[in-house]
Design a binder for this molecule. Structure first.
Ligand SMILES: [Zn+2]
Length: 168
Protein backbone atom coordinates (compact mmCIF):
# COMPACT_ATOMS: atom_id res chain seq x y z
CA UNK A 1 0.00 0.00 0.00
CA UNK A 2 1.66 3.22 -1.17
CA UNK A 3 1.08 6.71 0.07
CA UNK A 4 1.03 8.73 -3.14
CA UNK A 5 -1.72 11.21 -3.91
CA UNK A 6 -3.06 12.70 -7.14
CA UNK A 7 -1.25 15.94 -8.00
CA UNK A 8 1.92 14.91 -6.22
CA UNK A 9 5.19 15.43 -8.06
CA UNK A 10 7.38 12.37 -8.20
CA UNK A 11 10.32 10.97 -10.07
CA UNK A 12 9.39 8.39 -12.65
CA UNK A 13 10.69 6.89 -15.82
CA UNK A 14 9.33 8.70 -18.87
CA UNK A 15 8.80 6.47 -21.87
CA UNK A 16 9.11 9.40 -24.28
CA UNK A 17 12.08 11.17 -22.70
CA UNK A 18 13.59 7.76 -22.02
CA UNK A 19 14.89 9.20 -18.82
CA UNK A 20 14.01 9.72 -15.17
CA UNK A 21 12.05 12.96 -15.01
CA UNK A 22 9.68 14.79 -12.69
CA UNK A 23 6.08 13.63 -13.12
CA UNK A 24 2.73 14.77 -11.76
CA UNK A 25 0.56 11.94 -10.48
CA UNK A 26 -2.62 12.00 -12.58
CA UNK A 27 -4.33 8.89 -11.26
CA UNK A 28 -3.69 6.92 -8.12
CA UNK A 29 -5.00 3.54 -7.01
CA UNK A 30 -4.65 2.55 -3.37
CA UNK A 31 -1.87 5.10 -2.97
CA UNK A 32 0.11 3.79 -5.90
CA UNK A 33 0.47 5.99 -8.99
CA UNK A 34 -1.33 4.50 -11.98
CA UNK A 35 -0.88 7.32 -14.44
CA UNK A 36 1.59 10.18 -14.48
CA UNK A 37 2.25 13.26 -16.59
CA UNK A 38 5.82 14.03 -17.52
CA UNK A 39 6.75 17.60 -16.62
CA UNK A 40 9.51 17.62 -19.22
CA UNK A 41 7.61 16.49 -22.33
CA UNK A 42 4.01 16.63 -21.13
CA UNK A 43 3.16 13.06 -22.10
CA UNK A 44 0.73 11.19 -19.91
CA UNK A 45 1.58 7.56 -19.41
CA UNK A 46 1.46 4.65 -17.03
CA UNK A 47 3.66 5.10 -14.00
CA UNK A 48 7.03 3.40 -14.14
CA UNK A 49 9.23 3.54 -11.08
CA UNK A 50 12.60 5.27 -11.59
CA UNK A 51 14.40 2.00 -10.94
CA UNK A 52 12.21 0.02 -13.36
CA UNK A 53 14.06 -1.10 -16.47
CA UNK A 54 13.17 0.72 -19.67
CA UNK A 55 10.70 -1.37 -21.66
CA UNK A 56 11.82 -1.06 -25.25
CA UNK A 57 9.09 -3.13 -26.86
CA UNK A 58 6.36 -0.98 -25.37
CA UNK A 59 7.89 2.39 -26.19
CA UNK A 60 6.84 2.08 -29.82
CA UNK A 61 3.15 1.78 -28.97
CA UNK A 62 2.95 4.39 -26.28
CA UNK A 63 0.01 6.34 -27.74
CA UNK A 64 -2.16 3.25 -28.08
CA UNK A 65 -1.21 2.15 -24.63
CA UNK A 66 -2.03 5.55 -23.21
CA UNK A 67 -5.66 5.21 -24.27
CA UNK A 68 -5.92 1.70 -22.99
CA UNK A 69 -4.28 2.62 -19.72
CA UNK A 70 -6.87 5.30 -19.16
CA UNK A 71 -9.70 2.82 -19.56
CA UNK A 72 -7.96 0.36 -17.30
CA UNK A 73 -7.29 2.99 -14.69
CA UNK A 74 -10.94 4.04 -14.73
CA UNK A 75 -12.10 0.43 -14.50
CA UNK A 76 -9.69 -0.26 -11.68
CA UNK A 77 -10.78 2.85 -9.82
CA UNK A 78 -14.45 1.97 -10.25
CA UNK A 79 -13.76 -1.53 -9.03
CA UNK A 80 -11.83 -0.23 -6.02
CA UNK A 81 -14.76 2.06 -5.26
CA UNK A 82 -17.18 -0.86 -5.40
CA UNK A 83 -14.98 -2.98 -3.17
CA UNK A 84 -14.64 -0.13 -0.70
CA UNK A 85 -18.41 0.30 -0.74
CA UNK A 86 -18.92 -3.35 0.12
CA UNK A 87 -16.43 -3.31 2.95
CA UNK A 88 -17.06 0.17 4.32
CA UNK A 89 -19.85 1.68 6.38
CA UNK A 90 -22.42 -0.25 4.40
CA UNK A 91 -23.70 -2.74 7.02
CA UNK A 92 -25.08 0.10 9.14
CA UNK A 93 -26.56 1.96 6.19
CA UNK A 94 -27.82 -1.27 4.67
CA UNK A 95 -29.96 -2.21 7.66
CA UNK A 96 -31.62 1.21 7.59
CA UNK A 97 -32.06 1.00 3.82
CA UNK A 98 -33.33 -2.53 4.22
CA UNK A 99 -35.92 -1.43 6.75
CA UNK A 100 -37.20 1.44 4.63
CA UNK A 101 -37.26 -0.87 1.60
CA UNK A 102 -39.46 -3.31 3.50
CA UNK A 103 -41.72 -0.51 4.63
CA UNK A 104 -42.04 0.77 1.08
CA UNK A 105 -42.75 -2.73 -0.14
CA UNK A 106 -45.52 -3.41 2.35
CA UNK A 107 -47.00 0.03 1.60
CA UNK A 108 -46.86 -0.88 -2.08
CA UNK A 109 -48.46 -4.29 -1.49
CA UNK A 110 -51.33 -2.71 0.46
CA UNK A 111 -51.84 -0.02 -2.17
CA UNK A 112 -51.89 -2.47 -5.07
CA UNK A 113 -54.13 -4.92 -3.21
CA UNK A 114 -56.65 -2.13 -2.58
CA UNK A 115 -57.15 -1.41 -6.28
CA UNK A 116 -59.41 -3.71 -8.24
CA UNK A 117 -58.78 -2.36 -11.76
CA UNK A 118 -56.32 -4.10 -14.07
CA UNK A 119 -52.82 -2.58 -14.48
CA UNK A 120 -52.56 -0.40 -17.59
CA UNK A 121 -49.24 -0.49 -19.48
CA UNK A 122 -47.34 2.71 -18.79
CA UNK A 123 -46.82 5.26 -21.57
CA UNK A 124 -45.67 8.86 -21.34
CA UNK A 125 -48.69 9.83 -23.39
CA UNK A 126 -51.13 7.86 -21.26
CA UNK A 127 -53.63 9.26 -18.80
CA UNK A 128 -53.72 7.48 -15.47
CA UNK A 129 -56.23 8.50 -12.82
CA UNK A 130 -55.29 8.41 -9.15
CA UNK A 131 -55.90 5.01 -7.52
CA UNK A 132 -55.42 3.13 -10.76
CA UNK A 133 -52.67 0.63 -11.54
CA UNK A 134 -49.81 1.20 -13.94
CA UNK A 135 -47.60 -1.53 -15.40
CA UNK A 136 -44.14 -0.05 -15.92
CA UNK A 137 -41.51 -1.96 -17.97
CA UNK A 138 -38.78 -1.20 -15.42
CA UNK A 139 -40.46 -0.56 -12.08
CA UNK A 140 -43.22 -3.14 -12.42
CA UNK A 141 -46.80 -2.63 -11.28
CA UNK A 142 -47.48 0.53 -9.32
CA UNK A 143 -50.40 2.38 -7.80
CA UNK A 144 -51.01 5.95 -8.95
CA UNK A 145 -50.96 8.04 -5.78
CA UNK A 146 -51.50 11.50 -7.13
CA UNK A 147 -51.73 13.19 -10.51
CA UNK A 148 -50.20 16.59 -11.16
CA UNK A 149 -51.70 17.99 -14.37
CA UNK A 150 -50.70 18.50 -17.03
CA UNK A 151 -47.90 15.93 -17.21
CA UNK A 152 -46.74 14.41 -13.91
CA UNK A 153 -47.89 11.75 -11.52
CA UNK A 154 -46.52 10.02 -8.44
CA UNK A 155 -46.67 6.25 -8.62
CA UNK A 156 -45.94 3.88 -5.75
CA UNK A 157 -43.88 0.96 -7.02
CA UNK A 158 -42.37 -1.92 -5.09
CA UNK A 159 -39.12 0.05 -4.99
CA UNK A 160 -40.73 3.28 -3.79
CA UNK A 161 -42.51 6.32 -5.17
CA UNK A 162 -41.48 7.50 -8.64
CA UNK A 163 -42.54 10.68 -10.38
CA UNK A 164 -43.41 9.79 -13.95
CA UNK A 165 -44.47 11.71 -17.02
CA UNK A 166 -47.99 11.26 -18.22
CA UNK A 167 -50.54 13.18 -20.22
CA UNK A 168 -53.27 13.98 -17.75
ZN1 LIG B 1 8.90 12.96 -20.71
Amino acid sequence: MGSFVTGQIIEARCSRCRDITGHVVVACLKGIPVKVECRACGSVHRYAAPDAPARRAQEATVSVRAGRDRTQAVDAAAHAEAVRGERGERPCRQSRAERSREEAESRWRDAVAGIVSQPVPYAMTGCFPADSLVDHPVFGVGAVLEVFPPDKMDVLFRGGVKRLRCAC
